[in-house]
Design a protein around this ligand. Structure first.
Ligand code: UDP
Length: 457
């Protein structure tokens, strides 16, 4: 992990960063901010009041709240605070945010010394704002490169009629996607679009277009993991790409929106190496009560020790664990509301991670050499799951519904699979080597700092 005060060479240069206000986007942006601070830059974070970061955890940064400062604004009051519906905020702010953001940036630019703006790729409206102010904009894309290339191919998939296929067209759904042979057509449908022109499809295609127009792309990934995809990116998107494995530099603990439980660590410390399954489905996913109960039965039937993160609101219609009979999991496992995930994954008692295959969770697991059971829901998750099970082969997919026998047997299989564990270990070693002077991460980070320093201020 990196020393935060490595150098102060360019401390007079300021970088303004603007994350999307969701856990899976705040974590990598604040990790990036810390990494850039360690390279000597001053940092200003723009944030919305919705899911605002805990500013007291970052005394070395300046924070400025922007955009949804009026809670009485009825465009925002009806947006769900949990689950998929909460993403409606992204569409609204992309539509209405430009003028206010420009005013805020003008004020910040008056103070001088601003090198560039770095925004989440999904804030696609910020490219025209940055252009109008002559301010270079870099993009942080919080998915894999593989997923981005898929998103860039949506018009192609739409023209092929993939999005019109329905469940009863099974033979076509099982066909390979020619350009991405590790995927089946059904994986594309699971991403959740209905066409390139629905709200999500339009947002994604604007994201792709404005990423292409940006001054550079920063990825939470590593060349050793996605080399062919990096080559395709450099070919199709002629802007510099910088691949940096954020979890290898810092944990995401300080950007956690929920309080982290640490009370289970003394129990975890007592467990043998590789004996505990860690289970979490991220910060957004919600499940039906009947599926939750299948998961609970599958875990208990597997007879493996486990730590299971059940976020309040994870079960639709319940506050927390009401559907589970008291004492159901007994001494075999621990159910907790939220944990310092990277610390858990790094613990030597953890033998595998049952995940929803969000990119941060997937990559954190890769960084710690932990094999995965992948149960994707939507968006980039089906793509990450396929990449992990078919390309890197450090995980297996557990899909097609929730059924306790299938769950228990997948858990037993992966916890005992020495080959998958060995592959995960080898991949982790490659990541570790990339951090050393001359390694791909080391070079990428240095060239990012040099690139930002080359912008006139
Ligand atoms: N996370 C955490 N504690 C938990 C569960 C998750 O800190 O108990 C973090 C996890 O480390 C990751 C993020 O929440 O950085 C989830 O992001 P991801 O992209 O995996 O999924 P999303 O929540 O966006 O669906």
């Amino acid at each position: 992990m990196e020393n935060l005060t490595e150098t102060t060479d360019h401390r007079h240069r300021r970088i303004i960063l603007f994350p999307l206000p969701y856990q899976g986007h705040l974590n990598p942006m604040l990790q990036l901010a810390n990494i850039l601070y360690s390279k000597g830059f001053s940092i200003t974070i723009l944030h919305t009041n919705f899911n605002a970061p805990k500013t007291s955890n970052y005394p070395h940064f300046t924070f400025k709240s922007v955009l949804d400062n009026a809670p009485q604004d009825e465009r925002y009051t009806n947006i769900a605070s949990q689950g998929l519906g909460s993403f409606d905020r992204i569409f609204l702010l992309n539509q209405y945010g430009a003028d206010e953001l420009r005013e805020e940036l003008e004020i910040l630019l008056r103070d001088g010394q601003v090198s560039c703006l770095i925004t989440d790729a999904l804030w696609h409206f910020t490219q025209s704002v940055a252009d109008s102010l002559n301010l270079p904009r870099l993009v942080l894309r919080t998915s894999s490169l593989f997923c981005f290339l898929l998103y860039a191919s949506i018009p192609l998939f739409d023209d092929r009629g993939y999005f019109e296929l329905s469940d009863n067209r099974v033979p076509e759904l099982e066909e390979e996607v020619v350009e991405f042979p590790m995927l089946k057509v059904k994986d594309i449908l699971k991403m959740g679009f209905k066409s390139k022109n629905d709200t999500v499809g339009e947002c994604i295609s604007s994201m792709v277009k404005q990423t292409k127009a940006s001054s550079g792309i920063i990825w939470n990934s590593i060349k050793e993991l996605e080399e062919p995809e990096l080559e395709m990116m450099l070919h199709d998107f002629p802007v510099p790409s910088f691949l940096i494995p954020f979890p290898k530099h810092l944990t995401a603990s300080s950007s956690s929106l929920l309080d982290q439980d640490r009370t289970f660590f003394p129990w975890l410390d007592l467990q043998p190496p590789n004996s505990v399954l860690y289970v979490s489905f991220g910060s957004v996913i919600q499940v039906e009560e009947k599926d939750f109960l299948e998961i609970a039965h599958g875990l208990v039937d597997s007879k493996q020790a486990f730590i299971w993160v059940v976020r309040p609101g994870f079960i639709k219609g319940s506050d927390w664990l009401e559907p589970l009979p008291d004492g159901f999991v007994g001494e075999m496992g621990r159910i907790v509301k939220w944990v310092p995930q990277q610390e858990v994954l790094a613990h030597n008692a953890i033998g595998a991670f049952w995940t929803h295959s969000g990119w941060n969770s997937t990559f954190e697991s890769v960084c710690e050499g932990v094999p995965m059971i992948c149960s994707p829901f939507w968006g980039d998750q089906p793509l990450n799951a396929r990449y992990i099970s078919e390309v890197t082969k450090v995980g297996v997919c557990l899909e097609n519904g929730w059924e306790r026998e299938a769950i228990a047997s997948a858990i037993k299989r992966v916890m005992m699979d020495q080959e998958i564990r060995e592959r995960a270990k080898v991949l982790k070693q490659k990541l570790d080597v990339s951090l050393i002077k001359g390694g791909s991460t080391y070079e990428s980070l240095d060239s990012l700092a040099a690139y930002i320093s080359s912008f006139p201020v």
